[in-house]
Write a protein that binds this ligand. Structure first.
Ligand code: PEP
Ligand code: MN
Length: 261
């Protein structure tokens, strides 16, 4: 398998000037892009707090069709404005190959948990050059997730970063169940860089810091974290988004674990 550690020891994925797989990379930003002022304000504040990349959903895979569906193409335009303003590269979700034409200046394409085994989408992304942030399907084993990455790599696109966001378990105190053992096992099975998303894994903002630190201790190369300037009023995932201040504190503590000053 192309993802196997037997094939290669370590992969570093370049996203603009950022190297995922070296040191510790933070992608931070809101669950959803809501309007221009919101995304610009958040982009500036997460940059100040230590983010290396800006995240933000434009095409949103919402559980209910009646929930806020994201701004779509307009959301991508706003992300590009935030990139011009701050210089932060962008990672945002793509749900359908048909939308790829809108993603020209987007730096990294996220495949969400709900599309993690959308094999047509994975095959399509395998034929492109852009880096992919591949989340685990919430009901998938590590092996199934790695096989999903193979769909991208076998098409010729080796720029894959895995993003662990927890699975459905029996625990209801957290939104999903994050098993640090999965991160540790993935490390031994694949050369691909590992990202962890403590926001969707926890579902509660008060757990995000400790879950980030656990992920970094387990060997994560990257953390994707939801940050909002006014979390209580966020149009999606309000309960799990942290403020830029809290994000800044998390970055400092996480870097201490990796001995990065
Ligand atoms: C997200 O990152 O915005 C998201 C929808 O995450 P997931 O696919 O992990 O649920
Ligand atoms: Mn979200």
């Amino acid at each position: 398998r192309l993802y196997s550690k037997k094939y290669r020891d370590k992969t570093v994925v370049d996203v603009g000037d950022i190297k995922i797989g070296e040191g510790l990379v933070f992608a931070a930003g809101p669950c959803s892009v809501e309007d221009e002022d919101q995304i610009i304000e958040i982009a500036r504040s997460v940059k100040k707090a230590g983010a290396n990349m800006l995240r933000g959903g434009a095409f949103k895979p919402r559980t209910s069709p009646y929930s806020f569906q994201g701004l779509g193409e307009e959301g991508l335009e706003l992300l590009k404005k935030a990139k011009e303003d701050t210089g932060l590269p962008i990672v945002t979700e793509i749900m359908n190959p048909e939308y790829y034409k809108f993603f020209d200046d987007i730096d990294m394409l996220q495949v969400g948990s709900r599309n993690a085994q959308n094999f047509d989408l994975l095959r399509f992304l395998g034929r492109q050059k852009k880096p992919v942030l591949l989340k685990n399907g919430m009901g998938n084993t590590l092996k199934e997730w790695l096989e999903a990455s193979e769909y991208i790599m076998s098409g010729g696109n080796g720029n894959v970063v895995l993003c662990y966001r927890g699975v459905r378990g029996i625990e209801e105190a957290t939104r999903f169940s994050m098993n640090v053992g999965t991160v540790i096992a993935a490390r031994s099975m694949t050369h691909l860089p590992m990202c962890v998303d403590p926001s969707h894994a926890s579902g509660k903002r008060e757990y995000v810091e400790a879950m980030t630190l656990a992920a970094v201790a387990a060997g994560a190369d990257m953390i994707e974290i939801e940050v909002h300037n006014n979390p209580d009023c966020a149009l999606s995932d309000s309960e799990q988004q942290v403020t830029p201040e809290v994000f800044g504190r998390i970055v400092k503590k996480a870097k201490q674990i990796k001995n990065i000053v």
